[in-house]
Design a binder for this molecule. Structure first.
Ligand code: SPV
Ligand code: MG
Length: 432
């Protein structure tokens, strides 16, 4: 009897999956691989069930003979073990980011004479409804909020990209690339930066854009995405106000707020000591963290303390003293910031912090020390890497150049080649 293999990475079974199994059954014994969580988050949707639950679910499908774990999105582990005669998959993997996976599987099968069977993808109302419902579920506050904590456990480093609008949110939500060795990859979450949110409104980054406006930005992003959100909460404001904002944010489904240990008129950290900025005392800031943690109602929400000692050139010892004090006050993570061009001081901080504290998540924002890789940061104990402003910085120069080009030519023809075709922009956003 021939062996037929297919891989599932879904929490819900619909007509499309049943169709795959029915086709597979025609060729022999059907083995279904259940993709592990850590692989699922790189290439498909975030799981809303455990791997054990998914495996049980797949066993209930008529025609399935065996269910096994697949721990590599490129199938190396299962193909090496099973040498299946056939691998069956929906033909949607013949194009788009998943094509690299298909190419890889094809090469593995060719080595011993195995074959791929591409089954026409099932597009019908039921399949669409199941997909839509799953996406809606992931966007619900209780799922979205806890996802950051889950990701910290699931992946060596959580990759977060800034979003300041529905559109940038969609880019972070949907961008999937073929990364190293054909493996797919995507961002894990979104950072609602004070710098980019303010800049998008034409305002300076000085806590001028008020919380109602920030919440509107978050809401715009939430409307069209499911990935977890970390809010740049600036100083957190008055402790008396902060506690209310914590409640609002967790109710909305925001996963974390990062507040920085500054007081008075806040300016952007990348100014460093070029402008006057005042650091809060350890006592006051610890009190703010304690009050926030006390106000919080869910177990999921995270309050992360951001330390500005390196930015303000107060030294490593001060940064570490604060980190330990804020963790003791209940902070769910420590963000250490630097505007040095190389990551040495960030590495030193992380290594020293990890000597005493193995668990509290560390967050970094490599804007100026941008040569550092996620892997290097993770090797120093970093858990979350935030790309804090790159989408905004990418958009501005192109928009400005386009405006200048039209002004100079007194028509739009000259800039058109560098623009997205208008036929594409009208179809960019899906209708329900
Ligand atoms: C932001 O993105 O607004 C930040 C990070 O706070 S930084 O701009 O580097 O201070
Ligand atoms: Mg900021």
């Amino acid at each position: 009897m021939k062996t037929v293999y297919t891989c599932f990475s879904t929490d819900v079974i619909h007509d499309g999956h049943v169709n795959i199994i029915n086709n597979a059954k025609k060729y022999g014994k059907v083995i279904v691989g259940c993709l592990t969580d850590k692989e699922m988050i790189r290439c498909t949707k975030f799981p809303t069930t455990t791997i054990e639950e998914r495996m049980e679910l797949y066993k209930t499908i008529d025609g399935v003979d065996e269910v096994i774990v697949q721990d590599n999105m490129l199938y190396d582990d299962v193909i090496e073990k099973l040498h299946p005669d056939y691998v069956v998959h929906g033909d949607n993997w013949k194009s788009g980011a998943e094509k690299s996976v298909r190419d890889h599987v094809e090469a593995l099968l060719n080595a011993y004479g195995g074959e791929i069977i591409d089954v026409p993808y099932t597009y019908n109302e039921d399949v669409k409804k199941v997909d839509d419902r799953l996406r809606e579920k992931l966007g619900m506050p209780e799922y979205r909020r806890k996802r950051l904590r889950q990701l910290i456990e699931m992946t060596p480093v959580v990759k977060v990209m800034e979003a300041h609008s529905g559109l940038t949110g969609l880019i972070v939500e949907k961008t999937v690339v073929e990364g190293d060795n054909g493996r797919l990859d995507q961002f894990d979450g979104m950072w609602v930066s004070s710098l980019c949110d303010s800049t998008d409104k034409g305002k300076p980054d000085i806590e001028l854009v008020d919380m109602s406006s920030r919440l509107n930005t978050i809401n715009d992003i939430m409307e069209v995405t499911t990935k977890p959100i970390i809010l740049d909460g600036d100083t957190g404001g008055l402790t008396e106000h902060f506690v209310y904002n914590v409640r609002t944010l967790e109710r909305m489904g925001v996963s974390a707020i990062i507040i920085e240990d500054k007081t008075g008129l806040k300016k952007n950290s990348l100014f460093g000591t070029e402008v006057v900025q005042t650091q809060d005392s350890i006592e006051n800031f610890s009190e703010k963290i304690r009050a926030g943690k006390k106000a919080q109602l869910s177990d999921d929400f995270m309050i992360i303390a951001r330390i500005e000692s390196l930015i303000l050139e107060r030294g490593m010892e001060d940064a570490l003293e604060r980190a330990f004090a804020f963790a003791a006050a209940g902070a769910d993570g420590i963000m250490i910031h630097s505007r040095k061009k190389d990551p040495t001081e960030i590495f030193t901080f992380c290594d020293k912090f990890r000597e005493k504290d193995k668990k509290t998540p560390i967050v970094v924002v490599p804007t100026s020390f941008n040569q550092v890789t996620e892997e290097e940061l993770a090797s120093h104990g970093v858990n979350i890497v935030i790309y804090a402003n790159q989408l905004m910085r990418a958009a501005f120069p192109v928009m400005k150049k386009t405006a200048e080009g039209i002004l100079k030519a007194h028509r739009a023809k000259e800039v058109d080649d560098s623009l997205m075709p208008f036929k594409d922009i009208i179809r960019l956003i899906d209708e329900i």
